[in-house]
Design a protein around this ligand. Structure first.
Ligand code: GDP
Ligand code: IMO
Ligand code: MG
Length: 420
């Protein structure tokens, strides 16, 4: 039976999902995003060009692939139009290769304002949201008042929009948040016209029909497992299920269709926004890793917090997702660093533990293990890896019990080494 493979991030996002989805796409007929929205920034590099996608799946550059924006996604029409403009020079036949779900929720301009107003009201306890309206839109989905993409083709769309906006404005007024929606609204209605020119379908049928025809699907996750609404470091998380189970609810495919789960992680860790980060490097060493790894957000440009690889967190994420293969990214960044560290376990009240906690406070500490870094990354095959890198890989495989089958040594599509 044809299967749906899932690729997702095992850390706090930005693991390099866009790069690997683009690399793997030739093996699949369909690439589908199942959650998140324009909070995501997925970077692809090929033919000397760099491109960042936010809502459009990372399979879009490969001819013949169908790209689906699933029901679990929250889509901002204005960002969507901007993404289309960014893709124009590539001359892609997007009307053919891109299909959107009738059931995906729509981000309207006042959702973004609410995001800003809620963050402001939280003060120092703010989440560090990307301010793209993600939380308020999922909130409306659960409250069963949201607009969905399918609504653009019903007669009373404008009325539905005004009614939802009216509710938002009441909240904004109550919070004393000042705003002017006129410019954004103009852009929004222009973008709605663009949206109407695309295929908006019940994509759960599209995907299942394609699977019945023997086609293969790669489900592309956004964010990372440690930002999952249930299992991440709550409340410093995003508002969707980023784990593999989210692929079923976010696309309408049954769990029995899931095949491989590719878990992707950086050889170290990064995080954008607030919340605990057990292995965070503060001060100069954090700055050095940020500079070396060019760790600045693809969506907001914010500096990413940087730290060492965290084994308890990685094991937690592989457990939640049922990861079958690990892909390790940005291995080049750790080369020539002298010694590198890994958090092998946590210590809490005199005991060592592998159990991940969302409440990593002063009662907790990390047990670090030292590894020598590799002196170069000028290799093109798995069996050419320097011994130091091989030891690092063997250690991680041993601690997770999962093989590392892909290693990435640069941002470009071809800087990717697979285990044969
Ligand atoms: P995503 O959100 O998971 O798709 O990741 P982002 O695109 O936000 O961030 C990953 C960044 O790392 C991007 O700038 C990529 O171009 C870059 N990148 C991916 N893999 C590698 C790698 O192996 N080495 C280096 N140096 N950069 C990489
Ligand atoms: P990709 O798909 C990294 C973080 C934000 C914030 C928290 C909540 O590129 O890996 P939200 O806007 O969702 O309300 O923000 O989640 N965040 C991400 N961090 N990569 C992402 O996506 C992220 N999407 C959200 O920084 O801490
Ligand atoms: Mg990103």
């Amino acid at each position: 039976m044809a299967k749906v493979d899932v690729l997702l991030g095992l850390q706090w996002g930005d693991e390099g999902k866009g790069k690997v989805v683009d690399f793997l796409t030739p093996k699949y007929d369909v690439v589908a995003r199942f959650q998140g929205g324009p909070n995501a920034g997925h970077t692809l590099e090929f033919d000397g060009k760099k491109h960042v996608l936010h809502q459009i799946p990372s399979g879009i550059f490969r001819e013949g692939t169908i790209n689906i924006i699933g029901n679990g996604v929250v889509l901002d029409p204005i960002t969507f139009e901007n993404e289309l403009l960014g893709l124009a020079p590539f001359n892609l036949d997007l009307k053919r290769s891109l299909i959107l779900s009738t059931k995906a929720q729509m981000i309207i301009p006042s959702h973004r304002l609410l995001d800003a107003a809620f963050e402001k009201s939280k003060g120092v306890l703010k989440i560090g949201s990307t301010l793209r309206g993600i939380g308020p839109t999922y909130q409306d989905k659960m409250a069963r008042v949201g607009l969905r993409l399918g609504d653009v083709n019903v007669k009373d769309f404008d009325q539905k929009y005004q009614s939802l906006k009216g509710k938002h404005c009441e909240t904004l007024d109550r919070l004393g948040f000042e705003y002017d929606l006129s410019e954004q609204e103009e852009a929004f209605f222009k973008a709605i016209e663009v949206l109407r020119s695309f295929r908006i379908l019940n994509t759960e049928y599209v995907i299942n029909d394609l699977i019945d025809q023997g086609k293969t699907v790669l489900a592309e996750g956004a964010q990372g497992s440690l930002l999952d609404i249930d299992f991440g470091s709550y409340p410093y998380v995003t508002s969707s299920n980023t784990i593999s189970a989210g692929a079923c609810t976010g696309l309408g495919v049954s769990p029995k269709l899931i095949g491989e789960v590719f878990g992707i992680f950086k050889a170290y860790c990064t995080r954008v926004g607030s919340g605990p980060f057990p292995t965070e490097l503060l001060g100069e060493s954090g700055d050095a890793l940020r500079k070396q790894g060019n760790e600045f957000g693809a969506t907001t440009g914010r500096p990413r917090r940087c730290g060492w690889l965290d084994i308890p967190a990685l094991k937690y994420a592989t457990m939640l997702n049922g990861v079958t293969q690990l892909f390790m990214m940005k291995v080049d960044i750790l080369s020539n660093l002298g010694d590198i560290m890994v958090c092998d376990s946590y210590a809490h009240q005199g005991k060592n533990t592998d159990e991940f906690t969302a409440d990593f406070d002063d009662d907790w500490s990390t047990n670090l293990k030292k590894f020598p870094s590799w002196s170069n990354h000028a290799f093109s095959k798995y069996d050419e890896f320097p011994v130091e890198l091989r030891n690092y890989i063997t250690y991680i495989e041993g601690r997770t019990n999962i093989p590392i089958n892909l290693v990435s040594i640069g941002p470009e599509r071809d800087r990717t080494i697979i285990k044969l």
